[in-house]
Every structure is written in C-alpha cells, then in structure tokens.
Design a binder for this molecule. Structure first.
Ligand code: FE2
Length: 331
C-alpha cells in the first residue's frame, strides 16, 4: 500500500483575492479561478485550492481558523486505495465524493482524504557547484532566474494536541514512517511511497509560540536550489510580502534550505530546496529541540547561540537500547 505524496491542499481563507495575489506572486500556476475559489496545479500534478472558510465545501473541524482545512493524500493505485479505506473504515467514518476522493478525519479530527494520484516525476537540474579543487562548472555561469516557480508540495505541518498519538495513528492506519522525533516538539513523518525526508510534521500545539489549540502551521513547496529560493523570496519582498521572524536558512533536521513567508491564507508558505531524501533504509533519529532546528539562519535569533547542546541519537524505537549512542553526542 503506498501513499505517494500530497495530492491536494484545500485552504479555507478570509480574503480570496488577497490570498490569490499571494500565491500568484509565490509562483504557483492557476488552473482555474472564480468568485468562490482559486485552483492552482503544480507540475507534479498536485493541487492547491483556495475557498472561503464558510464555503460548504470546506470541512469543519477542531482545527481553528484559516489555513489548510483538508489534506488529500495521493495513493498509487485504486487497489491500494481500497485497501487503505478498508482499514480506515474500521475506526473512522468515511465519505466518498464523485471525484473518487474518500474523506475522513484523523484521530484528532483533522479532515484528510485519499485519492488515486498519478504523481508526475519532476526533474530539476540545479547548477553544479564549484569549490577550490572541485570545479564542476568551468567557463559556465550559473543560470539566470527572475522568479520562483515551485513544482512540488514537499510537506505540510499542523499543531496537534498529542503528537505521539497522532504519529501512531498515521503509522498504524496509513503506513506513514517516522523520519525523526524532535523532543518536546513533535514528529516528522514520511508517506510510505514517498522519498521526501518528511511529508508531514506534527508539532505539539502547547509548544511555546504556538496557540495552544489545533491549528494549521505551514506548507513547504519545492524549488530547484538556493538561487530560486532566494530570488523568489526577494521577489515576494518587492511585492510587499513579509518574510516574518524566521526568514531563511538551513535546517539541521532534513538538511533543507528554507525560506518562510507569512501567508495571508494562514500560517506560512515555505520555499524549500536541497533537502535529504530517504527511503526505508533510513534510521529515524531523536533530537534535542534547539540543536535539531537550524544549521544557520539569515537572521540569527537570540536562542541560536553557540552553546546549544550537541544532542541527537538514533531513535530508541528503532535500534536496540545499547546502540543508540553509537554515532551520537547524547550525554
Ligand atoms: Fe517546513
């Protein structure tokens, strides 16, 4: 059974024209638009749909406010979809719509669904990197870009009441894999048929700076490399959008370059590039919260000093207890 990625993110918004202007500037390509919706289609075939929060097509849930109100996960075959639905139906109420989507809710009530998804392979060709003694681009300048145009939805993130319960639900019902645990903060999960480091991050809603109730957090969109990531960010800034407190940098967990933009449709929209890609040979790790978050940041926050403890290890759930310190700096 394989879930291969995010097929659709349905946003519930307050100001449709403002949010449409944001995602147009962000670089998504419209498939259709009307008085009640804007529909973007990415090159991989995934969808971002904006609708008003009170639109009957936007499901109600305990997840408060604007943002992603439903995540449709793409399944590789109709047979696998039905096998997953048979499992989901044992505990959750399911509802089918004419387009072949099966809708239900997670253990914490977040509306999600399953749909057969022909996820097209997107092939980027980032410029080779030069370094002294390691010249991969002789007599060849880097590509000239003026705009970002994300081609994939890499991951989406929610603040949840109980990250462990939510992780175990996705694991047991939908075959998601744990990629990492960030202690006190949450779980990074990968769909079983995907190779992104994570497709879903579940953060503890009681974590400082989060509102204390279930809410959408952010979505990561894949771009080619650091140039596209920063050129897109500069363009958004020129268009009047705000990069917010985190800005850009590189995460230590997933090794990924990031650039966050405050999003009028809820939470943040993140450009992402140069992440780790993993499969079932990956051994999940467990991280100290601060150490795992950033390798570097464009605007360094006060908490990111040099005294952060070097603490990570192979996750005890996946290796014998005695082996967990093998490659780690855990005290
Ligand atoms: Fe992210």
């Amino acid at each position: 059974m394989a879930i291969i990625g995010i097929e659709t993110l349905l946003f519930g918004v307050e100001d449709l024209s403002l949010c449409t202007r944001f995602f147009d500037d962000f670089g998504l390509v419209q498939k259709s638009a009307g008085n009640d919706h804007t529909h973007y289609r990415l090159d991989e075939g995934s969808n971002v749909i904006l609708r008003y929060l009170d639109d009957p097509l936007v499901p109600k849930s305990p997840y408060i406010g604007k943002g992603v109100k439903e995540v449709i996960w793409g399944v590789d075959t109709a047979e696998n979809l039905e096998a997953l639905v048979a499992r989901v139906s044992q505990t959750q109420e399911v509802r089918r719509t004419e387009d072949g989507t099966v809708h239900f809710a997670t253990c914490s009530g977040l509306p999600i669904g399953l749909k057969v998804f022909n996820r097209k392979k997107v092939t980027y060709a980032p410029d080779p990197l030069n370094a002294p003694g390691h010249v991969n681009r002789l007599n060849t300048p880097r590509k000239w870009k003026t705009r970002a145009k994300p081609k994939t939805i890499t991951h989406t993130v929610f603040a949840v009441p109980d990250p462990r319960a939510e992780y175990e639900w996705y694991r047991d019902v939908l075959d998601f894999r744990m990629s990492e645990e960030q202690l006190g903060m949450g779980f990074y999960l990968r769909a079983d048929g995907a190779n992104e480091h994570h497709n879903l991050f579940l953060i503890n809603m009681k974590f400082p700076a989060l509102p204390g109730y279930p809410v959408y957090h952010h979505t990561n969109f894949g771009v080619e490399d650091i140039d596209e990531l920063m050129i897109g960010t500069n363009y958004m800034t020129r268009r009047g959008w705000n990069t917010g407190p985190l800005g850009s940098g590189r995460h230590r967990i997933a090794s990924a370059l990031f650039s966050y933009l405050e999003c009028p449709a809820g939470g943040e929209a993140e450009y992402g590039a140069d992440s780790d890609y993993i499969d079932d040979n990956w051994i999940p790790r467990e991280w100290n919260q601060v150490f795992g978050t950033y390798s570097w940041m464009h605007k360094i926050p006060a908490f990111l000093g040099t005294s952060q403890k070097w603490e990570f290890r192979l996750h005890p759930e996946f290796v014998p207890k005695d082996d967990t310190k093998a490659d780690a700096g855990w005290d």
